[in-house]
Design a protein around this ligand. Sequence first.
Ligand code: NAD
Ligand code: FES
Length: 292
Amino acid sequence: MAYVEIFREVRLQVYKIVNKKLLNEAVVLVEVEAPFIAKKVLPGQFIIFRIDEQGERVPLTVADYDREKGTITLIVQMVGRTTKMLGAMEAGEYLLDVVGPLGIPTHLEGLKNVCVIGGGVGCAIAYPQAKALHNMGAHVDMIAGFRSKDIVIIEDEMRAVADNLYVMTDDGTYGEKGLVTNKLQQLIDEGREYDAVIAIGPVIMMKFVAETTRPKGIKTIVSLNPIMIDGTGMCGGCRVNVGGEIKFACVDGPDFDGHLVNFDELMKRNSTNREQEQHDSEHCRLRGAHNA
Ligand code: NAD
Ligand code: FES
């Protein structure tokens, strides 16, 4: 057997899907055997996977991990071709490759009183932060925002690690009616004091969370998801403007100080990239995708 074939055989035996569960009609949980990543990964870090050799490289922040079982859990919004393909795969099938852990873990050391905010599928990434803080003995208030009751995900998991879980829905069909920022403002107005607020979700949500905490100067950590290609700081695809400096989300982040991020520039770039991605998808095989 040629070396390449042996290598492929070995790789194919590593990234096995061991569990797959639909969380709502657009979001799927996939647990993948990846022992080397599971051994080292920390909250805030991401992986890049490919389903097959022609496939695009998709970055995903790790939602959970089990060091003993050697698995990582990914929670994925099925929005593009590859994430839909992943959603159609079943336990027992294999991903071609998974690279990671990438990025800098979230700095949680020393935090004692934290508000963790998840927006929609961003809750999947906010959850490991809340879990790690809970395990460190910190007080965790968690605000989870969804458009509607039927797309609420991982509520039991979030409740298990939060001292207080506030579920918000835009339409008021579950929990309290309102945006995550309405609840955050209310908690701040009631006098809750936080060492930090950690916000993960749509860019527009992270922007307004940062605006809500700015007047009191509450440290605000956001996780950015610009388009990524190589994930190693080489291509420049994931550049973001933070405090007037260009940073690469894949190696300098994905976490940044929310009060310094130029969210408007990021939103503009993300929308331009999405249009470009659609155009390129028919012509280019080395494609990047957005973190999810
Ligand atoms: P969504 O658009 O339904 O929004 C979720 C919640 O965010 C809303 O219910 C609301 O509470 C809050 N929100 C939205 N707009 C707001 C605003 N203007 N002001 C204040 N709060 C606001 O979310 P979705 O459809 O589940 O999409 C999730 C998004 O999260 C995607 O854009 C995805 O790319 C992003 N995401 C980011 C990361 C990351 O690492 N940054 C990880 C996963 C997902
Ligand atoms: Fe290429 Fe970050 S993905 S520099």
